[in-house]
Design a protein around this ligand. Structure first.
Ligand code: DX5
Ligand code: ZN
Length: 223
């Protein structure tokens, strides 16, 4: 397996056939699970019962992306339901350090997410703690949006911050990723790529995951 990880987002899956959809992405590195609460985002998705159903249906580790206003109070719900990695939004967390270290003490990988308008510099005091940083490359809420080009400059800035601190958290990018732009995103420093519509709206999701892994790993070798 290469160093680049692909995380298909079940937001774009056919929820009437969840097990079948998860079987198609058995070769993926993570299942990306988008939790939206109708407050932090103008959309409402799934909660812990669906997360438990995902965990019963696949061996692929679950990366839970919490787009909720109260992550400090609710992260344990998702840890209890079996999430392997949990990311919370910087914009929504009042006690980010406590929330992330709490998850880590429970044995769950913990990450922080930045919206497109939030600058990388806000991570200066937390970068030594996080297992992953997720940069949103669309405004959260919906699948199928276009990649925001300014994400590339943010990736360069984040890489430089990690080097200054001598740390190497996973760097995930979420929104508008496809076979057309994955190489650019990987070359800028990302190593976990979320892909919702690119995978689940394709004719052959398994082949699309394999293609994204191949293109991502090739780009990582060139970088
Ligand atoms: C957007 C979600 C994404 C979404 C990505 O708010 O966080 O994970 O599923 O979908 P695509 O890959 O279609 O942009
Ligand atoms: Zn997401």
């Amino acid at each position: 397996m290469g160093s680049i990880k692909i995380a298909p987002s079940v937001l774009s899956a056919d929820m009437a056939n969840l097990k079948g959809e998860l079987d198609k992405i058995a070769g993926a590195d993570y299942v990306h699970f988008d939790v939206m609460d109708g407050h932090f985002t103008g959309n409402l998705t799934f909660g812990v019962d669906i997360l438990k159903a995902v965990k019963r249906s696949t061996d692929v580790p679950v990366d839970a992306h919490l787009m909720v206003t109260n992550p400090d109070e609710t992260v344990d719900w998702y840890a209890d339901a079996g999430a392997d990695m949990i990311t919370v939004h910087y914009e929504a967390s009042t006690h980010l350090h406590r929330t992330l270290t709490h998850l880590q003490q429970r044995g769950v990988k913990a990450g922080v997410v930045l919206n497109p308008a939030t600058p990388v510099c806000v991570l200066e005091s937390i970068i030594d703690v996080v297992d992953m940083v997720l940069l949103m490359s669309v405004n959260p809420g919906f699948g199928g949006q276009s990649f925001i080009p300014g994400t590339i400059a943010k990736l360069h800035e984040l890489k430089a911050m990690c080097e200054r601190h001598d740390v190497s958290p996973l760097i995930e990018v979420d929104g508008g990723i496809s076979s057309k732009n994955i190489a650019d995103v990987v070359k800028a420093g990302a190593n976990v790529l979320v892909a919702g519509s690119a995978v689940f709206k394709s004719e052959d999701p398994a082949a699309e995951v394999a293609l994204l892994q191949k293109l991502g790993n090739e780009a990582a070798q060139e970088a």
